[in-house]
Design a protein around this ligand. Structure first.
Ligand code: B1M
Length: 222
Protein backbone atom coordinates (compact mmCIF):
# COMPACT_ATOMS: atom_id res chain seq x y z
CA UNK A 1 0.00 0.00 0.00
CA UNK A 2 1.43 3.36 -1.02
CA UNK A 3 1.84 6.11 1.48
CA UNK A 4 0.54 9.52 0.41
CA UNK A 5 3.75 11.49 1.01
CA UNK A 6 5.82 8.88 -0.78
CA UNK A 7 3.47 8.91 -3.81
CA UNK A 8 3.57 12.72 -3.96
CA UNK A 9 7.34 12.62 -3.97
CA UNK A 10 7.47 9.93 -6.65
CA UNK A 11 5.10 12.06 -8.76
CA UNK A 12 7.40 15.08 -8.37
CA UNK A 13 10.47 13.00 -9.19
CA UNK A 14 8.86 11.48 -12.31
CA UNK A 15 8.57 14.99 -13.80
CA UNK A 16 12.14 15.89 -12.83
CA UNK A 17 13.32 12.61 -14.45
CA UNK A 18 10.97 13.08 -17.44
CA UNK A 19 9.90 9.48 -16.88
CA UNK A 20 6.43 9.08 -18.39
CA UNK A 21 6.05 5.39 -17.48
CA UNK A 22 6.86 6.11 -13.87
CA UNK A 23 4.44 9.06 -13.88
CA UNK A 24 1.57 6.98 -15.28
CA UNK A 25 2.15 4.19 -12.79
CA UNK A 26 2.03 6.74 -9.93
CA UNK A 27 -1.39 7.87 -11.24
CA UNK A 28 -2.60 4.23 -11.36
CA UNK A 29 -1.37 3.55 -7.82
CA UNK A 30 -2.92 6.75 -6.50
CA UNK A 31 -6.25 5.92 -8.10
CA UNK A 32 -6.18 2.36 -6.72
CA UNK A 33 -5.41 3.73 -3.25
CA UNK A 34 -8.31 6.21 -3.52
CA UNK A 35 -6.16 9.34 -3.39
CA UNK A 36 -7.37 12.67 -4.76
CA UNK A 37 -5.85 12.88 -8.25
CA UNK A 38 -6.16 16.67 -8.47
CA UNK A 39 -4.16 16.96 -5.26
CA UNK A 40 -1.60 14.57 -6.72
CA UNK A 41 -1.40 16.74 -9.83
CA UNK A 42 -1.06 19.96 -7.89
CA UNK A 43 1.16 18.95 -4.99
CA UNK A 44 3.07 16.06 -6.56
CA UNK A 45 3.52 16.49 -10.32
CA UNK A 46 3.03 20.27 -10.02
CA UNK A 47 5.94 20.54 -7.62
CA UNK A 48 8.15 18.77 -10.18
CA UNK A 49 6.92 21.18 -12.85
CA UNK A 50 7.96 24.18 -10.74
CA UNK A 51 11.27 22.52 -9.92
CA UNK A 52 12.21 22.03 -13.59
CA UNK A 53 11.29 25.65 -14.46
CA UNK A 54 13.47 26.93 -11.61
CA UNK A 55 16.33 24.58 -12.51
CA UNK A 56 16.33 25.79 -16.14
CA UNK A 57 16.37 29.40 -15.01
CA UNK A 58 19.35 28.67 -12.76
CA UNK A 59 21.17 26.94 -15.62
CA UNK A 60 21.06 23.54 -13.86
CA UNK A 61 18.77 21.95 -16.45
CA UNK A 62 19.44 21.89 -20.19
CA UNK A 63 16.84 22.88 -22.77
CA UNK A 64 16.15 19.30 -24.03
CA UNK A 65 15.71 18.16 -20.41
CA UNK A 66 13.22 20.97 -19.82
CA UNK A 67 11.35 20.01 -23.00
CA UNK A 68 11.11 16.30 -22.09
CA UNK A 69 9.92 17.07 -18.57
CA UNK A 70 7.29 19.56 -19.74
CA UNK A 71 5.99 16.99 -22.27
CA UNK A 72 5.56 14.44 -19.45
CA UNK A 73 3.76 17.08 -17.36
CA UNK A 74 1.43 17.73 -20.30
CA UNK A 75 0.58 14.00 -20.67
CA UNK A 76 0.08 13.58 -16.93
CA UNK A 77 -2.24 16.61 -16.77
CA UNK A 78 -4.30 15.33 -19.72
CA UNK A 79 -4.60 11.86 -18.17
CA UNK A 80 -5.72 13.17 -14.77
CA UNK A 81 -8.10 15.74 -16.29
CA UNK A 82 -9.67 13.08 -18.57
CA UNK A 83 -10.24 10.74 -15.65
CA UNK A 84 -11.94 13.37 -13.48
CA UNK A 85 -13.84 15.12 -16.29
CA UNK A 86 -17.16 16.41 -15.03
CA UNK A 87 -16.49 15.59 -11.38
CA UNK A 88 -15.03 18.93 -10.31
CA UNK A 89 -16.25 22.42 -10.85
CA UNK A 90 -13.84 24.46 -12.96
CA UNK A 91 -12.65 27.79 -11.54
CA UNK A 92 -12.81 29.49 -14.93
CA UNK A 93 -12.09 29.06 -18.63
CA UNK A 94 -8.80 30.43 -19.94
CA UNK A 95 -7.63 30.72 -23.52
CA UNK A 96 -3.86 30.62 -23.94
CA UNK A 97 -1.72 31.34 -26.99
CA UNK A 98 1.76 32.38 -27.99
CA UNK A 99 1.39 35.48 -30.16
CA UNK A 100 1.78 35.75 -33.93
CA UNK A 101 5.36 35.42 -35.20
CA UNK A 102 6.54 33.76 -32.01
CA UNK A 103 7.42 30.04 -31.99
CA UNK A 104 8.34 29.81 -28.29
CA UNK A 105 5.84 27.64 -26.45
CA UNK A 106 7.70 25.78 -23.69
CA UNK A 107 6.86 28.37 -21.03
CA UNK A 108 3.27 28.73 -22.25
CA UNK A 109 2.85 24.93 -22.06
CA UNK A 110 4.12 24.94 -18.47
CA UNK A 111 1.66 27.73 -17.65
CA UNK A 112 -1.15 25.71 -19.30
CA UNK A 113 -0.36 22.50 -17.33
CA UNK A 114 -0.05 24.43 -14.07
CA UNK A 115 -3.37 26.23 -14.58
CA UNK A 116 -5.08 22.93 -15.44
CA UNK A 117 -3.56 21.26 -12.40
CA UNK A 118 -5.05 24.06 -10.31
CA UNK A 119 -8.61 23.65 -11.52
CA UNK A 120 -8.85 25.91 -14.58
CA UNK A 121 -10.17 24.80 -17.94
CA UNK A 122 -7.54 25.75 -20.52
CA UNK A 123 -8.04 26.11 -24.25
CA UNK A 124 -4.55 26.15 -25.68
CA UNK A 125 -4.33 27.55 -29.22
CA UNK A 126 -0.62 26.80 -29.53
CA UNK A 127 1.93 29.19 -30.96
CA UNK A 128 2.19 31.88 -33.67
CA UNK A 129 -1.47 32.75 -33.25
CA UNK A 130 -2.72 36.06 -34.78
CA UNK A 131 -4.67 38.41 -32.47
CA UNK A 132 -7.77 38.13 -34.67
CA UNK A 133 -7.75 34.33 -34.32
CA UNK A 134 -7.31 34.59 -30.53
CA UNK A 135 -10.41 36.80 -30.34
CA UNK A 136 -12.39 34.55 -32.68
CA UNK A 137 -11.67 31.55 -30.45
CA UNK A 138 -12.36 33.52 -27.26
CA UNK A 139 -15.81 34.31 -28.66
CA UNK A 140 -16.34 30.72 -29.78
CA UNK A 141 -15.46 29.24 -26.38
CA UNK A 142 -16.86 32.15 -24.32
CA UNK A 143 -13.75 32.21 -22.12
CA UNK A 144 -13.27 34.27 -18.97
CA UNK A 145 -9.60 35.06 -19.48
CA UNK A 146 -7.39 35.52 -22.56
CA UNK A 147 -3.71 34.85 -21.80
CA UNK A 148 -0.89 35.55 -24.22
CA UNK A 149 2.76 34.66 -24.12
CA UNK A 150 5.53 36.50 -26.01
CA UNK A 151 9.23 35.63 -25.82
CA UNK A 152 10.71 38.05 -28.33
CA UNK A 153 11.01 41.81 -28.06
CA UNK A 154 9.81 41.87 -31.69
CA UNK A 155 6.59 39.96 -30.92
CA UNK A 156 5.76 41.74 -27.65
CA UNK A 157 3.74 44.40 -29.61
CA UNK A 158 1.31 41.61 -30.55
CA UNK A 159 0.03 41.74 -26.96
CA UNK A 160 -0.75 45.44 -27.46
CA UNK A 161 -2.38 44.62 -30.81
CA UNK A 162 -4.73 42.22 -29.02
CA UNK A 163 -5.75 44.93 -26.53
CA UNK A 164 -6.36 47.40 -29.37
CA UNK A 165 -8.37 44.91 -31.41
CA UNK A 166 -10.51 44.00 -28.40
CA UNK A 167 -11.23 47.68 -27.87
CA UNK A 168 -12.03 48.26 -31.56
CA UNK A 169 -14.47 45.36 -31.50
CA UNK A 170 -16.13 46.62 -28.31
CA UNK A 171 -15.07 43.43 -26.51
CA UNK A 172 -12.46 44.77 -24.10
CA UNK A 173 -14.76 44.77 -21.07
CA UNK A 174 -15.95 41.25 -21.81
CA UNK A 175 -12.59 39.57 -21.24
CA UNK A 176 -9.88 39.62 -18.61
CA UNK A 177 -6.44 39.72 -20.23
CA UNK A 178 -3.26 38.19 -18.84
CA UNK A 179 0.20 38.60 -20.33
CA UNK A 180 3.52 36.89 -19.75
CA UNK A 181 6.84 35.86 -21.27
CA UNK A 182 10.45 36.79 -20.59
CA UNK A 183 10.51 40.32 -22.09
CA UNK A 184 7.12 41.20 -20.60
CA UNK A 185 7.03 43.43 -17.49
CA UNK A 186 4.47 45.04 -15.19
CA UNK A 187 5.30 48.36 -16.83
CA UNK A 188 4.53 46.94 -20.28
CA UNK A 189 1.29 45.42 -18.95
CA UNK A 190 0.14 48.83 -17.67
CA UNK A 191 1.24 50.57 -20.82
CA UNK A 192 -0.86 48.38 -23.11
CA UNK A 193 -3.81 48.22 -20.70
CA UNK A 194 -3.77 44.47 -20.00
CA UNK A 195 -5.33 43.33 -16.73
CA UNK A 196 -2.54 41.23 -15.30
CA UNK A 197 1.09 40.23 -15.60
CA UNK A 198 2.61 37.04 -14.23
CA UNK A 199 6.25 36.25 -13.87
CA UNK A 200 5.94 32.47 -13.95
CA UNK A 201 3.43 29.62 -13.93
CA UNK A 202 2.75 29.70 -10.18
CA UNK A 203 2.21 33.44 -10.36
CA UNK A 204 -0.17 32.89 -13.30
CA UNK A 205 -2.31 30.61 -11.09
CA UNK A 206 -2.27 33.19 -8.30
CA UNK A 207 -3.30 35.95 -10.71
CA UNK A 208 -6.00 33.82 -12.37
CA UNK A 209 -7.50 32.99 -8.96
CA UNK A 210 -7.58 36.67 -7.99
CA UNK A 211 -9.02 37.77 -11.32
CA UNK A 212 -11.78 35.15 -11.21
CA UNK A 213 -12.62 36.05 -7.61
CA UNK A 214 -12.95 39.69 -8.68
CA UNK A 215 -15.07 38.75 -11.69
CA UNK A 216 -17.40 36.62 -9.57
CA UNK A 217 -17.71 39.38 -6.93
CA UNK A 218 -18.64 41.91 -9.62
CA UNK A 219 -21.23 39.47 -11.01
CA UNK A 220 -22.67 39.00 -7.52
CA UNK A 221 -22.91 42.72 -6.80
CA UNK A 222 -24.80 43.47 -10.04
CO1 B1M B 1 14.54 31.53 -28.95
N1 B1M B 1 15.09 33.27 -28.24
N2 B1M B 1 14.61 32.26 -30.77
N3 B1M B 1 14.19 29.72 -29.52
N4 B1M B 1 14.93 30.99 -27.20
C1 B1M B 1 15.17 33.40 -26.79
C2 B1M B 1 13.84 33.84 -26.20
C3 B1M B 1 16.34 34.48 -26.62
C4 B1M B 1 16.26 35.27 -25.31
C5 B1M B 1 17.70 33.78 -26.79
C6 B1M B 1 18.87 34.76 -26.70
O1 B1M B 1 19.14 35.44 -27.59
N5 B1M B 1 19.53 34.76 -25.55
C7 B1M B 1 16.11 35.34 -27.88
C8 B1M B 1 15.15 36.51 -27.75
C9 B1M B 1 15.83 37.85 -27.70
C10 B1M B 1 14.83 38.93 -27.60
O2 B1M B 1 13.96 39.09 -28.39
N6 B1M B 1 15.00 39.73 -26.59
C11 B1M B 1 15.62 34.30 -28.87
C12 B1M B 1 15.70 34.43 -30.28
C13 B1M B 1 16.40 35.68 -30.80
C14 B1M B 1 15.18 33.46 -31.17
C15 B1M B 1 15.21 33.47 -32.70
C16 B1M B 1 14.91 34.83 -33.36
C17 B1M B 1 16.59 32.93 -33.10
C18 B1M B 1 16.85 32.94 -34.59
O3 B1M B 1 16.26 32.20 -35.33
N7 B1M B 1 17.72 33.85 -34.99
C19 B1M B 1 14.14 32.42 -33.08
C20 B1M B 1 12.75 33.03 -33.25
C21 B1M B 1 11.75 32.03 -33.75
C22 B1M B 1 10.35 32.59 -33.65
O4 B1M B 1 9.82 32.66 -32.59
N8 B1M B 1 9.80 33.03 -34.79
C23 B1M B 1 14.19 31.55 -31.85
C24 B1M B 1 13.86 30.20 -31.89
C25 B1M B 1 13.91 29.35 -30.80
C26 B1M B 1 13.66 27.83 -30.87
C27 B1M B 1 12.56 27.46 -31.89
C28 B1M B 1 14.95 27.17 -31.28
C29 B1M B 1 13.36 27.49 -29.37
C30 B1M B 1 11.86 27.49 -29.03
C31 B1M B 1 11.27 26.10 -28.95
C32 B1M B 1 9.90 26.12 -28.35
O5 B1M B 1 9.55 26.94 -27.53
N9 B1M B 1 9.11 25.16 -28.79
C33 B1M B 1 14.01 28.67 -28.66
C34 B1M B 1 14.33 28.66 -27.28
C35 B1M B 1 14.09 27.37 -26.56
C36 B1M B 1 14.83 29.79 -26.60
C37 B1M B 1 15.37 29.88 -25.15
C38 B1M B 1 16.72 29.18 -25.14
C39 B1M B 1 14.51 29.30 -24.07
C40 B1M B 1 13.05 29.81 -23.99
C41 B1M B 1 12.32 28.93 -22.99
O6 B1M B 1 11.67 27.97 -23.36
N10 B1M B 1 12.49 29.24 -21.68
C42 B1M B 1 15.49 31.46 -24.94
C43 B1M B 1 16.72 31.88 -24.14
C44 B1M B 1 16.54 31.62 -22.67
O7 B1M B 1 15.50 31.89 -22.08
N11 B1M B 1 17.58 31.09 -22.07
C45 B1M B 1 15.33 31.98 -26.32
C46 B1M B 1 11.99 28.39 -20.57
C47 B1M B 1 10.55 28.74 -20.22
C48 B1M B 1 10.08 27.85 -19.05
O8 B1M B 1 10.55 30.08 -19.77
O9 B1M B 1 9.33 30.89 -21.84
O10 B1M B 1 10.17 32.54 -20.09
P1 B1M B 1 9.63 31.20 -20.43
O11 B1M B 1 8.21 31.04 -19.64
C49 B1M B 1 8.06 31.30 -18.26
C50 B1M B 1 7.68 32.76 -17.95
O12 B1M B 1 8.11 33.69 -18.91
C51 B1M B 1 6.21 32.74 -17.75
O13 B1M B 1 5.98 31.45 -17.20
C52 B1M B 1 6.84 30.50 -17.85
C53 B1M B 1 7.11 29.38 -16.89
O14 B1M B 1 7.75 29.81 -15.74
N12 B1M B 1 5.30 32.91 -18.89
C54 B1M B 1 4.02 33.30 -18.69
C55 B1M B 1 5.47 32.65 -20.19
N13 B1M B 1 4.33 32.88 -20.85
C56 B1M B 1 3.41 33.28 -19.96
C57 B1M B 1 2.06 33.64 -20.10
C58 B1M B 1 1.37 34.03 -18.96
C59 B1M B 1 1.98 34.04 -17.72
C60 B1M B 1 3.30 33.68 -17.56
O15 B1M B 1 0.07 34.41 -18.98
C61 B1M B 1 -0.67 34.28 -20.14
Amino acid sequence: MSNRAELMDRARQSIVDADEMKAMSVIDEARAAGFDLVELLRLGFGKGNTQIGDAFEQGILSLPELLYSSEVMKSVTERVMDSIEGTIEKKGRILLATVEGDAHDIGKNIVASTLRANGFEVIDLGREVPASEIIRKAEEYQVDIIGTSALLTTTLPEQRKLEQLLRELGLREKYITMVGGAPCTIRWTRRIGADSYSEDAIDAVRQANLLMEKKNQNKGSR
